[in-house]
Write a protein of this length. Structure first.
Length: 294
């Protein structure tokens, strides 16, 4: 069984529609895929409608969290998406993403970069009215802005757009609302789901900085289920370090591609999770079940 527990679709900052992500996952030889768009499960039903026989889809999402200044991304799986408090937080996060993206576009325009709000919305697949209510089901993120920056000729490619303009602390960067990481783990547990720390060697607030081990330990106490030790951004030493941490804390060791389609170079299945680690991760989850077609 080949299992990939982290992938994005065009519902957030991936480039392929959810059904195409599933099709590509099966073509890559995967048996299980978690669709983990940023801050939304809006792509799950479209993905579920296209499952090849025997293929399993794990509903999930990725949450960018903070705790005492440290950035940590959490993958949440198999929660009840209707849980009122969790649903309200997700709505607040998505709404703030719109306001933040608008503010970033204004900053870039002030800096002389000819990006338009309409074009960023088109790249993100959201209505250009810009009103929060117009956001629909797609989630806007910095990669959409990066693509508009490249189109405007202010960077050669998306990585350069991050380096020059919209990386943390860059001239076009604006922070967004984020859940406290401990609260996020507790909230996902309360909704019947389970969390794993995504790419722990790459916390967000400190460029290339790892998530502090003291925070990982606190998250473990709060009910964290796993650590994504195997991620394409981790070198062998980092993967071994985080595998050891997961074992010591009695957490599941996961591995995943964090595929974003063209944005990352198609890479579904480039890292995988062992079946026994997957079983261990999802064992406590009761919010919903993995989806399997005939
Ligand atoms: P946001 O969630 O809107 O802050 O955007 C973060 C997303 O941008 C991540 O999920 C990645 O997909 C992407 N990203 C972050 N840093 C970089 C980078 N240096 N180069 C390319 N993409 C990046
Ligand atoms: Mn992303
Ligand atoms: Mn991430
Ligand atoms: Mn991701």
């Amino acid at each position: 069984m080949r299992i990939d527990l982290h992938a994005h679709s065009s519902v957030s900052d991936g480039t392929e529609p959810p059904a195409e992500v599933v099709r590509r996952a099966a073509a890559a030889g995967l048996d299980v895929l978690a669709l983990t768009d940023h801050d939304t499960v809006a792509g799950i039903s479209a993905a579920a409608a296209e499952l090849p026989p025997g293929f399993t889809l794990v509903p999930g999402l990725e949450l960018s969290c903070l705790h005492e200044g440290a950035g940590v991304h959490l993958l949440a799986y198999l929660f009840d998406a209707e849980h009122p408090e969790l649903a309200a937080e997700l709505r607040r996060i998505r709404d703030d993403r719109i306001l933040r993206a608008r503010a970033m576009v204004e900053r870039l325009q002030t800096a002389g970069v000819e990006v338009s709000w309409e074009r960023v919305c088109a790249l993100a697949g959201v209505a250009a009215a810009g009103a929060v209510e117009a956001a629909g089901t797609s989630v806007i993120g910095r990669p959409h802005i990066a693509r508009a920056i490249v189109e405007a000729g202010a960077a050669a490619d998306v990585p350069e757009a991050f380096d020059r303009w919209i990386g943390v602390g860059g001239p076009g960067y604006v922070a967004r609302y984020a859940l406290d990481a401990l609260r996020a783990v507790e909230l996902v547990r309360a909704a019947g789901g389970v969390c794993a720390v995504a790419h722990p060697a790459r916390g967000e607030s400190t460029p290339d900085g790892a998530v502090p081990m003291s925070l990982i330990e606190q998250l473990a106490d709060a009910g964290l289920g796993g650590i994504e030790a195997d991620h394409p951004s981790h070198d062998d030493e980092e993967a071994a370090y985080w595998r050891g941490a997961a074992k010591r804390l009695e957490l599941a060791v996961t591995g995943s591609s964090d595929d974003h389609g063209e944005l990352t170079g198609h890479r579904l299945g480039c890292r995988t999770t062992a079946p026994e680690e997957y079983a261990r991760l999802i064992e406590p989850a009761t919010g919903c079940a993995p989806l399997t077609a005939g």
